[in-house]
Design a protein around this ligand. Sequence first.
Ligand code: PEP
Ligand code: MN
Length: 371
Amino acid sequence: MKNIEVIPWKLEGFDMKRPIIIAGPCSAETEEQTLQTARELAAFGIKIFRAGLWKPRTRPGAFEGVGVAGLPWLQKVKKETGMYVGVEVANANHVFEALKYGIDVLWIGARTTANPFAVQEIADALKGANIPVMVKNPINPDLDLWVGAIERISRSGIKQLAAIHRGFSTYAPSEFRNHPQWLIPMELRRRMPQIPIITDPSHISGNRSLLREVSQQAMDLNFDGLIVETHIRPDEAWSDAKQQITPQQLHEMVDSLQYRKPKIEDVPRTVLDDLRVKIDDIDNQLIDLLKDRMKISKEIGLYKLENNITILQSRRYNEVIRDRNEKANRKGLNIEFVSKIFETIHEESVQLQSIVMNSKSNGSFIYKQQP
Ligand code: PEP
Ligand code: MN
């Protein structure tokens, strides 16, 4: 795969330094709500305003956006506040309308990214446009589909690109509306290091209480920015009410995040080196201990074989897990983590004992104890 060309966005007075913050309502509902939200965001120094005009909804009957009627409202936002404005486009017609009204930034939504024909139609409509385009991850956890959509837009000549990480839908119940699956955007970064990644904590969380945590995680992974749904009256929003916050709350959240140094060279080497030496040493000890423990497991297997008793002794197993969890708890360790480790150790132990027991063939016992 030839790596695509990405350049910083050419928006005067805006620089791509972390954290890039894009904010605005899920949907533009009325002129008053759009303008008032924009005014409050501009007062906090937000430079790029988002608002959905065409809303692809999973089920019919939900609010599907005001459409072209909202474009003049966004022109007013631009004129009055000086912010750049961005909308979601889901087909060629949306692209033509948005460009006609001087929209500055476009993004492709998660449902659209999942459909290569739709993405290609948008890419064709974008030919000759010199505008930043952000591509949301597809709703399903498929990195190639995400990369493919970015490539299609890139091939139409767009170089001002970004990826938006908005999480992935799952059938199983989860605390997230869309599971972040951080490994996928991390792998995107490895494959396309030149493309900025903007996390959308709103659609990942689906509710206000997780927003900060998700945003902090994005910053800790050195992603480039956040796109956050913001509304002057979040509870009354016509779409995605549970996840929207006020401009004031956004300001407080962005201020409360930690922006750590991205480069290891920026912290004194010696401190980190010392800690890493300690970690290496502890891991070596863990390996030696595991080796000793497995050696004893084999001896137990041998004993069980000689006395003709089954490998699994449920009472003992339950007691081991209970005892280890209790000790771990007393030491302040996470019980779930510790029980996972002991379950894995026990599984390996059973496996080894089973090898020991079943290696007696033709009357000759072939198990040899390790030195
Ligand atoms: C949105 O940004 O409002 C939206 C519809 O998001 P997504 O495409 O991520 O579902
Ligand atoms: Mn939304």
